[in-house]
Design a protein around this ligand. Structure first.
Ligand code: IMP
Length: 200
């Protein structure tokens, strides 16, 4: 199954996906480097948006394509920002804006922001050149902290502390985050599927 087109234009995610696939012998090429357009994410769920991206990249490239749709869900905000996680950072992709928006939305609901429950979700979707799609989900639960802490990682990492840890994702070394992240868990499900497929 090679090469695998990774259908993301987000640098942080592309880097993490590349690292997660390194070592299992899968040759990867990015949709951006193939000049593929970014389809509009019009789905209502993480799974629908991941599928829109993997189906588009598989169709246009003629290869297997893997897409990821992910985001942060805050329990007290009815799981917002959820599928709108990227958009809450505004056109400048300034996550300080998104952190303030979450903080203010919690205060507006009389919820103490510090320590509020949240989780990251990652939906991975694999589409074959024939257009058959399979999805794999990963989740990590935790709490939020304000002000943000740490300079590693990307996106919402500076305000998220995974359950049982003291550091935010942005304070951890990338390899430590990789052991417990939503993306790592979705990838574990994906690689288990590949192993079953190879064995059959
Ligand atoms: P997508 O490209 O629509 O999937 O956008 C996902 C959004 O969720 C982006 O704004 C990311 O910054 C955020 N996000 C997804 N995974 C992570 C993560 O591991 N850490 C921090 N933010 C993340």
């Amino acid at each position: 199954m090679s090469p695998l087109v990774v259908a993301t234009h987000n640098e942080g995610k592309a880097r993490e996906i590349g690292e997660l696939l390194a070592g299992i012998g899968i040759k990867v090429i990015s949709a951006a480097s193939l000049g593929l357009p970014e389809p509009e994410e019009t789905g209502a769920t993480f799974a629908e948006n991941a599928t829109i991206k993997s189906e588009s990249a598989a169709k246009l490239s003629g290869n297997y394509a893997l897409a990821d749709d992910s985001g942060l869900c805050v329990t007290g905000l009815d799981d917002a920002p959820g599928i709108y996680s990227a958009r809450w950072a505004g056109p400048e992709k300034d996550f300080a804006v998104a952190f303030d928006r979450i903080h203010n939305a919690l205060l507006a609901k009389n919820i103490e922001p510090e320590g509020v429950a949240a989780h990251f979700i990652c939906l991975l979707s694999l589409t074959s050149p024939e257009g058959i799609t399979r999805s794999f989900e990963g989740r990590v639960d935790g709490t939020l902290t304000f002000p943000p802490r740490g300079a590693k990682g990307f996106g919402y990492d500076p305000i998220f502390i995974p359950a049982g840890q003291r550091m935010t994702f942005a304070e951890m070394e990338p390899e430590v985050k990789q052991v417990m992240s939503h993306r790592a868990r979705a990838f574990a499900a994906f690689t288990a599927y590949l192993a079953r497929k190879e064995a059959s």
